[in-house]
Design a protein around this ligand. Structure first.
Ligand SMILES: Nc1ncnc2c1ncn2[C@@H]1O[C@H](COP(=O)(O)OP(=O)(O)O)[C@@H](O)[C@H]1O
Ligand SMILES: [Mg+2]
Length: 410
């Protein structure tokens, strides 16, 4: 009798084990099954904590009917896709803090499946550092050569197209250094990049700018305004010449027609603004007009404004400019107010102690909600690399305006 009972129990636990192995996809490996099991448990607990379930009666006992969960890890466990059943419930799925439940994992993209049966979350492990560390310019260039002429890499998982960009972070968070790795990429491209540098604090960016394009590097306020004006003039000329080409391809951009990109890199924008505020209204308005023309029309024409500053409060960066800069980075451990001004209200920021050059960003198509990023570490002589590149690059092809034109502006 006892033996029969023991035998029965063995069979039951065997069946349970088989179900467990099957549910946790043990055919993918035992490590996979354990990861799967632990993660699903955490998610189910989060459902309970958030009261995200339907109540059912089962033999007179009230039970919680949790939504079904499907989880698919990528090969290295660094990424996963999570499917949560779309149950009939008067609650938002956003009430469950998925990122929190999954500790290391951060939600990247969230959407409803085509048949609307599942909420789908693409998640990734925030503990796996995506930063590139380059020990020589050669290895940097090798990486850069893998990327298209009109795109830039940020880290191992991120590549972005050219857009108007806002780069925010406290002093020392790695903003200017981030620019170096992007500028160096531009200099290695097969397409000529026309770079403009405004550095009102006259720091190391101006030194680099002088080497790359001396005539387009400025530090004084009047010089910056004049450079902005010239940048706009070139954009207006481009607009004229692109018009004819648009007849052949309506949705075309500068890149389709083989035009060169022009990028105005504006470091420490707030110190420029502070000085500008002391000037007469007419001048302030003119400068704002120049800036907004670029952010509104530049994308198709290939003219981009990159604004770098510590905080992007409306008092320092007018809202219309901020809203029209499609790419936004916030580097370092910023105050919640900084995240709110950059990304808007109620946006989840992955909890993390950010390292130098690390932060979050949003970008059309690839990062609709703030996603982690980590700019490269360049363990080689940057100035030497620029000098080397300059030899192969020739001079900036951007024509300077005549004195006459210049005068009419001031
Ligand atoms: N991505 C990075 N990797 C390694 N070190 C970095 C990185 N970004 C910044 N640093 C270090 O931090 C210092 C300060 O960065 P910096 O770009 O000048 O800050 P910010 O412009 O935000 O004030 C740099 O001189 C560099 O030594
Ligand atoms: Mg700086």
């Amino acid at each position: 009798m006892n033996l029969l009972l023991i035998g029965f129990m063995i069979v039951v636990s065997l069946i349970q084990t088989i179900i467990w192995l099957f549910r946790n996809k043990a055919h993918m490996g035992i490590k996979y099954a354990i990861y799967h099991y632990l993660t699903v448990i955490k998610i189910r607990k989060a459902f309970l904590d958030a009261n995200y379930y339907n109540k059912r009666f089962y033999f007179n006992n009230e039970i919680a009917d949790l939504p079904k969960v499907k989880l698919e890890f990528s090969n290295s466990f660094s990424k996963a896709t999570l499917f949560i059943e779309n149950i009939n419930i008067n609650k938002a799925i956003g009430d469950i803090n998925i990122s929190f439940a999954l500790s290391n994992f951060v939600v990247d993209v969230a959407y409803l499946s085509n048949d609307e049966n599942f909420h789908v979350f693409e998640i990734y492990d925030s503990n796996i550092d995506q930063q590139y560390k380059f020990d020589s310019f050669t290895s940097f260039k090798k990486q850069s050569d893998q990327i298209g002429n009109y795109s830039l890499f940020i880290d191992k998982s991120i590549e972005i197209s050219l857009y108007g960009t806002l780069l925010v972070g406290q002093t020392g968070s790695g903003k200017t250094y981030a620019l170096y790795s992007l500028i160096l990429q531009m200099l290695t491209k097969k397409v000529h990049y026309n770079l403009y540098f405004a550095d009102p604090k006259n720091s190391s960016l101006a030194v680099l700018g002088d080497k790359i394009s001396k005539e387009n590097t400025v530090t004084e306020i009047e010089g910056i305004i004049e450079l902005l004006w010239r940048f706009n003039q070139s954009m207006i000329e481009r607009k004229e010449s692109i018009k004819e080409k648009l007849n052949t391809k309506l949705e075309g951009t500068y890149a389709d027609f083989g035009y060169e990109p022009h990028i105005f890199i504006f470091d420490e924008f707030a110190s420029f603004q502070t000085v500008l505020q002391t000037m007469e209204k007419k001048k302030r308005d003119e400068v704002m007009k120049l800036l907004s023309q670029v952010v509104l029309q530049g994308r198709q024409l290939g003219f981009f404004l990159w604004i770098v500053m510590q905080k992007s409060d409306a008092s320092l960066l007018p809202t219309n400019l901020r809203e029209n800069l499609p790419v936004k980075f916030v580097l370092g451990n910023a105050e919640s107010q900084t995240y709110t001004t950059a990304f808007g209200n109620g946006v989840d920021i992955p909890e993390k102690n950010f390292k130098l050059g690390q932060g979050v960003f949003t970008c059309p198509i690839i990062a609709k909600r703030p996603r982690l990023c980590h700019f490269s570490y360049l363990n080689f002589d940057i100035l030497k690399a620029v000098n080397h590149l300059n030899k192969g690059r020739g001079f900036c092809k951007n024509p300077r305006p005549t004195k006459q034109e210049n005068h009419s502006f001031h």
